[in-house]
Design a protein around this ligand. Sequence first.
Ligand code: GLA
Length: 391
Amino acid sequence: MNDLVDTEGAADAVRREFERVHGRAPEGVWAAPGRVNLIGEHTDYNDGFCLPMALPRTTVLAAGRRDDGLLRLHSTRGGEGRITELRVAELAPGGVTGWARYPAGVVWALRERGLPVGGADVHLDSTVPVGAGLSSSAALECAVAVAYDELYGLRLDRPETARVAQYAENAFAGVPCGVMDQMASMCCTEGNALHLDSRTLEVRQVPFDLTGHGLRLLVLDTGVSHDLADGAYAALRAGCERAAGLLGVAALRDLGGADLPAALAGLPPELAPLVRHVVTENERVGQAVDRLAAGAPEALGALLTAGHASLRDDYRVSCAETDLAVAAAVGAGALGARMTGGGFGGSVIALVREDAAEGVARAVAGAFASAGFKPPSVLEAVPSAGARRTA
Ligand code: GLA
């Protein structure tokens, strides 16, 4: 279960593979992580608050500029060993499919901003599981964005870079996500969770010392692949925007707990639970930050489980597998557990005392076997560094 991944070792392998595939040395190697969100789900596109942390799992990417306007992409994980060759000046939304749409989208988004970027040779590899709700696409986008920033001397700051990556995902890849995943990949730091204000993109690093408190954070990947492009996410987002309009606020972030009774009374029945989730979830983020600041990370547990109930009952983005993983983890002594990310499958996080970790993982696997679900995979999350140059 120990999941400390060796990004520096991976950087050497990626550099060597770049040399083999592209027949030249790269100008650098960069890495950007996936994330788990501790609390604050479906709040980002409501201008609200989140508390993600970066995983030790990263996309590692070697790159070197080309002066002929070609973007030549190669990945260990996709494309069956082929190079995808694209003409940068001709990139357009909808024109690239598969994994290559994320890196191509970032280059397109930089050019849409009027930035002077051209071609590149790229090779990449990733240890972020795909389709597990752990932001493998944001890791890929942010790795490309930091590489391009340095190669082409753009000097974008980290929140701006996250916005470029989000724009690539929204407008080029067609996924209507908020900004949390890209902000987490760009702005997280080792040992900390990231308190993010999605309206202003202000961030605060909040120390999250798991080992010092005898705790572990397990990530249970249900193996149920979610797909944010499939319409359900967009429909929820549209529902929140409609509710904000009916309530006369710019975004649901502008409502507090005290506004809830009146707000809920005036809304159509299909919108009221969405608003209740977003408002209570923003409050849970504030409480989680207070508990971490007070040096009591174990006290996050109850908030995680309450957050899951809200996602299950009000927002309705959980599924049988995530509900079962949460119930089994808590039943086996986890301090708290919840689904993380967009939902409809993906992963569950469980906060556990060190000596309960094996038992919780076993209990979830046992419950999955009894229910006839395929075995979950277990990773361990430690608050890790954001996007960076590694070599
Ligand atoms: C996905 C999206 C994020 C966020 C979460 C839900 O991960 O990419 O922007 O909306 O779902 O919190």
